[in-house]
Design a binder for this molecule. Structure first.
Ligand code: THU
Length: 157
């Protein structure tokens, strides 16, 4: 038996103000989008803003449904809409922000497994890494590729 370690690099920023201007703008758009969440069941409002290689930004929020599994996370809502609206554009980055009870989360919001899988396919489809910016009021964390959040991933290759 052999074993191997898999490590990832997570950039940690003390707060939003430490980010580069372009990342700040994307986080701001994710925060803004979280206000449009339809989340009467969880009361958790998530926003995602996707920056595309053509310069467009597609922002969306989580959309829940009384038949619970029918709802969709903010990240997948944004990524699928970006793919539907701009099929030829690669995804460059995605920012994720969340609020609950009228306050943005203190710690970064990490995407769920299903969203990670969709981010990974966006990355492969676009042929370039997708930066993932996970916002929190007291810390913002960034990884440079969807692979970082989903090692040993399933692909069709
Ligand atoms: N949610 C997201 O939109 N993104 C995530 O990364 C995690 C969870 C949503 C799904 C559901 O509407 C609510 O947050 C509570 O889980």
């Amino acid at each position: 038996m052999k074993s191997r370690n898999i490590s990832i690099t997570v950039e940690e920023y003390g707060s939003f103000s430490e980010l580069a201007t372009s990342d700040k703008q994307l986080v701001q758009q994710a925060r803004e989008a979280s206000k449009n969440a339809y989340s009467p069941y969880s009361h958790f409002q998530v926003g995602a803003a996707v920056l595309l290689s053509n310069g467009e930004v597609v922002a969306a929020s989580n959309q829940e449904n009384g038949a619970y599994p029918s709802g969709l996370c903010a990240e997948r809502t944004a990524l699928f809409y970006a793919g539907a609206r701009f099929p030829g554009a690669a995804v460059v980055a995605i920012a994720i922000a969340a609020q609950s009870g009228g306050r943005f989360c203190a710690r970064p919001v990490y995407p769920c497994g299903a969203c990670r899988q969709v981010m990974l396919e966006s990355e492969m489809r676009g042929g370039q890494p997708v930066r993932i910016i996970m916002d929190g009021e007291q810390a913002v964390e960034v990884v440079q590729s969807a692979h970082d959040l989903l090692p040993l991933s399933f692909t069709l290759e």
